[in-house]
Design a protein around this ligand. Structure first.
Ligand code: ADP
Ligand code: ASP
Ligand code: MG
Length: 800
């Protein structure tokens, strides 16, 4: 597989200390990306704001400036930079000189012009990008520092500049066309045609990453921060908020606009136009898959995906009988405010049309009021508008999710939840996309309101939603077990003919009957329903190779899979690896404990040994309930073929006993165990002793086979007698010795643990670095629908 091209962005929190930067450098070195965008070191932008405010108000700031300068040089020392120290320190000092000069200009002017403000703020990102570039060089990675002002062209809206995409993209591409080295790029800043420095707005570095990602058409833009992606609410307000694993660009934009600080809203625009996924990951938990933002909607069974809040906004309310039926009022409000670049956060019009209100930031209220008084002078004087009222200390709460578009009555439900918690709603607005319902409430009611809404929307999150494929012996047992488990809801059941689906939960009585009158089975529809359901677990208790072949893509969709079938895990190694790769990316779970030894904890034990650092040296076992039964019964008194026939009649073999006798089932099991250790192995590499004589035609019916098989009874009898002479017994044993896997009929003596195997018992031995002298043994009843169903249920409950 080709390596993915990526732009990474590390936020201020990810590079707050030299130790954190070391972690960032490790991440960069592990897979050097096309470019790395960095924010200012956490807190530095705020310090720069303070410095310029001190300068403007005539306060002394020399001590603060000195410690600001020391801070960045100390940071280089903290990173133990030696060879590149001179170059790194020089870059920092040059930026400091410019900062000192700009602050002096502010002192003389006694005000901060928007141009100078942005020039001062740009210092943070230029410092940090130089530091990270120096640290990469010191670690042997060939990188170049890139000042984004040289490539990103903007207009002159200082503080929230607009980017000219096409020119910026051309310039960016030209840089990489010249040389494709990894660039360490300053976030947050650009420059005008005249070379003046501009910034995009607080948190704007995310946007820089998206601009570069789109220009270079990378495969993925990764925003690395200090939380596991976008959460269903701000974690400082709702500690139980969960990562949203998939979200659309539009949903992410709505959440961000309404205050989810984790991503800067315009970031979505360049990525959306180029359909580049944005992934949000935690620098301090790099294995967590985080959130991926794409076009595709992966509904999760909830009507909303998250809740955001904007703290402390002000509401301006127009009231008056003269507004009824008058058109153009809102337009005039917008125009008046736009002249002075005042941003309207929300507009809400009450049905009566007798009042409209809109929300703006508190610092813009005075200006807005004077603009509106001027614009509506005539209406106010003539009492068409009674008054323009200002209501301060309010917050906006937005509930966001594509699912709300199709679910009637949601705002009513949310209303009543807030009412039940005594939260007073001051205004309500539904975005035109219907993807967002926003409320305005008092500042002090924000926390209780968000918590109440969060628990209302996500409270059934613990419930697992089961989509069951197959209702043979195991499936039927499983349904019986699930009937009594109230942490599970069975939303779909399908066999090869029919399927029944109900997101509210199917009744588990008389399933077979209900299924027979269900709709025609369609695996793709079934999977798609699961992918639209939150906490979906697809349970495969079939022996269908079609499902096995789809397992990797099911997991890629974020659906967890529990399977009793060995097929997916014993297909070719590339496929096996792709399942593991998809698990990492999607965050879904894949459990298959019953692949070996039914309900016995064999795979889990093996995984625990490996995860705790043990080294597996050898795996041996009797892994077929059928063959273990046959050989433990075979004492010479009854011919072997007769034993097979009896076992088949009692249901102890597969319907066609050749599926047991050919050894392939056991071969798949030892393959699965060997692969668990990280070994690369194909099914063809397993040496298998087939108990069906090669001369027998594979086309025989089951009955003919059983009759003709008796011709070989003497062969089995001879093997038995030979073993008996040496006081040994026959056992069909699978083994893996660290390299080779074999499945073979062996004669074993009393000193061998397998000698004592009984009935249909499975018997597995792990010899490991820790368990060498006395290897670990797991044995017990290892076949049958009942124990297999219990094992499958165990796997389901372990999915989280
Ligand atoms: P960075 O320095 O990486 O840019 P930010 O501080 O800008 O990081 O954004 C991450 C922070 O956003 C989190 O630590 C969290 O406190 C806050 N946050 C607010 N709402 C959300 C949300 N819905 N999901 C995740 N984080 C959120
Ligand atoms: N350093 C800037 C800020 O603090 C931009 C960013 O962090 O993305 O707002
Ligand atoms: Mg940020």
């Amino acid at each position: 597989m080709d390596k993915k091209t990526k732009i990474l962005k590390f936020g201020g929190t990810s590079i707050k200390t030299p130790e954190r930067v070391e972690q960032v450098i490790r991440l960069i070195l592990s897979e050097p990306p096309t470019g790395v965008v960095v924010s200012a070191i956490g807190g530095v932008t705020d310090l720069l704001i303070e410095l310029s405010q001190m300068a403007a108000s005539g306060k002394k700031y020399s001590n603060e400036l000195k410690s600001f300068m020391n801070f960045h040089i100390q940071f280089l020392h903290g990173l133990n930079i030696q060879q590149n120290l001179k170059k790194g320190a020089e870059a920092i000092q040059n930026i400091e000189k410019e900062l000192t000069k700009n602050l002096n200009t502010i002192v003389s002017a006694q005000r901060i012009s928007p141009e100078l403000n942005d020039a001062v703020l740009s210092v943070g990102e230029r410092m940090s990008a130089n530091i990270i570039a120096t640290a990469c060089l010191e670690n042997g990675l060939d990188v170049e520092y890139l000042d984004a002002r040289n490539v990103i062209l903007t207009d002159n809206h200082f503080g929230s500049a607009f980017v000219y995409y096409q020119t910026s993209y051309d310039r960016i591409r030209a840089v990489w066309d010249k040389k494709s080295t990894t660039r360490i790029i300053t976030g947050f800043i650009g420059s005008t045609e005249n070379g003046e420095t501009t910034t995009f707005g607080r948190s704007g570095s995310d946007y820089t990453a998206s601009i570069f990602g789109a220009a270079l058409n990378v495969n993925e833009i990764e925003i690395w921060t200090d939380v596991n992606g976008i959460l269903s609410a701000d974690p400082s307000v709702v500690p139980e908020a969960k990562t949203i694993s998939h979200i659309t660009y539009e949903e992410a934009m709505e959440l961000a606009h309404a205050g989810a600080k984790v991503i800067f809203p315009p970031t979505m625009i360049p990525a959306l136009y180029k359909s580049i996924p944005i992934r949000i990951k935690n620098t301090f938990e790099p294995d967590n898959p985080g959130t991926v933002i794409t076009k595709e909607r992966r509904a999760d069974g909830h009507f909303a995906i998250g809740i955001s809040s904007l703290y402390n906004i002000t509401l301006i309310r127009f009231q008056g009988a003269g507004m009824v039926g008058r058109y153009g009022v809102i337009g005039r409000v917008f125009d008046a405010l736009a002249q002075k670049k005042i941003n309207i956060i929300l507009v809400s019009q009450v049905f009566s049309e007798h009042s409209i209100c809109f929300a703006i930031q508190p610092e813009e209220v005075a200006l807005a009021q004077s603009l509106l008084n001027r614009e509506f002078e005539f209406e106010l004087e003539n009492h068409f508008i009674d008054s323009i009222k200002i209501e301060a200390n309010l917050s906006l709460i937005a509930v966001v999710g594509e699912g709300m578009r199709h679910t009637p009555g949601i705002s009513g439900k949310l209303f009543s939840v807030l009412g039940d918690h005594n939260v007073n709603i001051i205004a309500i607005a539904q975005g035109s996309s219907e993807r967002n319902i926003s409320f305005i409430i008092k500042n002090e009611e924000v926390k209780p309101a968000i918590r109440a809404l969060h628990s209302f929307i996500f409270s059934n999150q613990k419930m697992q939603n089961i989509f069951l494929l197959g209702i043979g012996l195991v499936g039927t047992e499983l349904i019986n077990l699930m009937r009594n488990n109230d942490s599970l809801k069975v939303c779909g059941i399908s066999n090869s003919q029919n399927m029944i689906i109900d997101n509210n939960g199917l009744k588990l009585d008389d399933v077979k009957n209900n299924l027979s009158t269900g709709e025609k089975a369609d695996l793709d529809t079934f999977i798609s329903m699961a992918s639209q359901t939150h906490k979906a677990v697809l349970v495969d208790v079939t022996s269908s190779s079609i499902i096995a072949e789809k397992t990797a893509s099911i997991i890629e969709k974020g659906i967890s899979v529990v399977t009793a079938s060995k097929l997916a895990n014993s297909m070719n190694q590339d496929y096996y690896d792709s399942i593991r790769e998809n698990l990492k990316i999607s965050g879904a779970q894949f459990k298959y404990e019953t692949n070996v030894g039914a309900g016995l904890p064999i795979i889990e034990t093996l995984q625990t040994l490996i995860n705790t650092g043990d080294k597996i040296e050898k795996i041996e076992g009797i892994m077929s309930g059928t063959l273990s039964y046959l050989f433990s019964q075979f004492d010479g008194s009854v011919p072997f073929s007769e034993l097979v026939k009896n076992a088949q009649e009692s249901g102890f073999t597969e319907p066609d006993p050749r599926d047991d006798l050919n050894g392939m089932d056991v071969a798949r099991k030892i393959l699965i165990l060997a692969r668990e250790t990280g070994t690369q192995l194909e099914l063809e590499d397993v040496t298998v002793e087939n108990l069906i004589p090669s001369e027998m035609s594979p086309d025989l019916s089951v009955n003919d086979f059983l009759t003709q098989f008796s011709r070989y009874d003497s062969k089995f009898m001879n093997l038995f007698e030979l073993a008996k002479k040496e006081s040994k017994v026959l056992r069909y044993i699978a083994s893996w010795d660290g390299q080779k896997a074999t499945v073979k009929l062996k004669s074993v003596g009393e000193d061998n643990p397998f000698y004592h195997q009984n009935g249909r018992e499975n018997f597995i031995i792990f010899t490991t670095k820790r368990y060498k002298d006395s290897p670990m043994v797991i044995k017990g009843h290892g076949a049958g629908a009942e124990v297999t169903a219990a094992g499958v249920l165990g796997d389901i409950l372990k999915c989280h």
